[in-house]
Design a binder for this molecule. Structure first.
Ligand SMILES: Cc1cc2nc3c(=O)[nH]c(=O)nc-3n(C[C@H](O)[C@H](O)[C@H](O)COP(=O)(O)OP(=O)(O)OC[C@H]3O[C@@H](n4cnc5c(N)ncnc54)[C@H](O)[C@@H]3O)c2cc1C
Ligand SMILES: NC(=O)c1ccc[n+]([C@@H]2O[C@H](COP(=O)([O-])OP(=O)(O)OC[C@H]3O[C@@H](n4cnc5c(N)ncnc54)[C@H](O)[C@@H]3O)[C@@H](O)[C@H]2O)c1
Length: 424
């Protein structure tokens, strides 16, 4: 079954009679799921999965929730058990960064100068946290959260009574704030905009998260302009704002967004614009190179444009399409409606849909947001663009159906919990 086999549905090329493998760059959720999908699709040729992290592929959502809180054990975060890779004849090269792609020669160059040939290449390089561009941001105690070792560092810092300043009230900021409060730390969140998660949720629903955090004792400060991180002996001691206020801190957690890891693709001459641009099959501007997950800015048939989604479900599902497409299956099209979830304090929610900032003209609540048991819908021209169920479960299928149908709905019936969602 190893690298000399052409595979049942394989499209691997040959080089002097040797079969070239499918190479996947980025050994996280997206990369591991791609390897799995290739085998599930019946491909029997070589698969080389290359990742610069030293851990075998793992999932990131627990890093700001259960794993950070000590409730999810480490062995639960991995995508596959350790033996899975050998059992499925996947060559896993960890601690190995890819330094360059040569699309003409169909090779990738490794940081240690080695080279790997490919028949088809899949880029699942994900994204990297944006760094805080202020003086003092490189001191000890300034923490980011992307990798498992980052979560371990934050876990060390969020001791009872510790003063934690969180910069950014996005998903990382709010989930870390909740975990830190539950660990007994004093938490101040400094957000540049007027509300948390404002660009994703809009004013109406963002307020729910502001209320939730304040009720749990988080000191939320909006319109904050961070000027500097103060320190003593190379260790951070606080955050200085442009208005002169200082927030004392034993540790500072920065969650101010990510940038897609497009460097390799750009240097190789692939089309890059807010991520690696792909068509509906997740094929890049080079027909032998595909992209999936956080890094892909993929054409989405439902929306009629390119969208880049920075969430778990996208990295879970896109690789199946990419794997089938690179094996030459023409019906492999990625058209799933985006989905994500969060858990903060006693609020659990799921969100399905896609709305650009200011892309809606109406928000309809089914249930009272003050009770934290409700569904919110974002509409434009009477059509549902997205829905978020908060502490209400098993409704994502009918919400997705409302979105995909693009039908104009009656807002009063949408708000009425006595009307079934598929009868709105
Ligand atoms: C703390 C945290 C919590 C999250 N919680 C949620 C959640 O609750 N719900 C949700 O929907 N989403 C959540 N997300 C987002 C979700 O985890 C991401 O969307 C997902 O990880 C994207 O997967 P990916 O495989 O595309 O990329 P990544 O997970 O970013 O993986 C990319 C991998 O590629 C490697 N790589 C990059 N460049 C190279 C190179 N040149 N050579 C070799 N390897 C390379 C990287 O080291 C990395 O291991 C969370 C993210 C974080 C950080
Ligand atoms: N539950 C989930 O889906 C989940 C959980 C954790 C992380 N993630 C993903 O991880 C990635 C990183 O999350 P994130 O929270 O860093 O990004 P984000 O984009 O969700 O939020 C960043 C926040 O930081 C604010 N900000 C930006 N610059 C600032 C500054 N200088 N000072 C103060 N505030 C500033 C923004 O206004 C925004 O509210 C995202 O892709 C996110 O989708 C998702």
């Amino acid at each position: 079954m190893a690298g000399t086999d052409t595979g049942t549905t394989g499209t691997t090329g040959t080089d002097g009679g040797r079969e070239r493998p499918v190479v996947i760059v980025g050994a996280s959720l997206g990369g591991a799921k791609a390897a799995e999908a290739l085998r599930e699709a019946g491909y029997r040729g070589g698969i080389v999965l290359i990742g610069e992290e030293h851990e075998r592929p793992y999932e990131r959502p627990p890093l700001s929730k259960g794993y950070l809180q000590g409730k999810t054990p480490r062995e639960k975060i991995y995508v596959h058990p350790p033996q899975w890779y050998a059992e499925h004849d996947v060559t896993l090269r960890l601690g190995t960064a890819v330094a360059a792609i040569d699309p003409a020669a169909h090779t990738v160059t490794l940081a240690d100068d080695g080279r790997v040939e490919y028949a088809k290449l899949l880029l699942t390089t994900g994204s990297v946290p944006r760094r805080l561009p202020v003086p003092g941001a490189d001191q000890d105690g300034v923490l980011y959260l992307r990798r498992v070792e980052d979560s371990d560092r934050i876990k060390q810092a969020v001791r009872p009574g510790a003063r934690i300043a969180v910069i950014g009230a996005g998903w990382i900021g709010l989930e870390v704030a909740a975990a830190a409060r539950e660990a007994g730390a004093e938490v101040t969140v400094l957000e540049a905009l007027e509300l948390p998660l404002l660009r994703v949720l809009g004013r109406e629903v963002a307020q729910v998260f502001a209320d939730l955090h304040r009720e749990h004792g988080v000191d939320l400060r909006f319109g904050a302009k961070v000027a500097e991180l103060t320190g003593e002996g190379g260790t951070v001691s606080g955050v200085k704002l442009a208005d002169g206020t200082t927030v004392a801190a034993d540790a500072v957690v920065v969650g101010i967004g990510i940038a897609p890891a497009t460097g390799l693709a750009e240097a190789a001459g692939l089309e890059v614009d807010n991520g690696i641009k792909t068509d509906r099959h997740l094929r890049t501007s080079d027909p032998d190179v595909y992209a999936a997950g956080d890094v892909a800015n993929a054409y989405h048939p439902l929306y009629g444009k390119h969208i880049r989604v920075e969430h778990w479900a996208n990295a879970l599902n896109q690789p199946q399409t990419a794997a089938r497409a690179l094996l030459g299956q023409p019906d492999a099209v990625y058209d799933r409606v985006p989905y994500f979830f969060t858990d903060q304090f006693d609020l659990g929610m799921e969100y399905v849909g896609y709305v650009e900032p200011d892309g809606y003209d109406q928000v309809v609540f089914r249930g009272d947001p003050a009770t934290r048991e409700f569904i919110a819908f974002w509409l434009s021209g009477g059509r549902v663009l997205a829905g978020m169920n908060v502490n209400v479960w098993d409704v994502t299928d009918p919400i997705r159906e409302l979105i995909v149908s693009k039908r104009v709905v009656d807002a009063e019936r949408l708000a009425d919990p006595n009307v079934a969602l598929d009868e709105v």
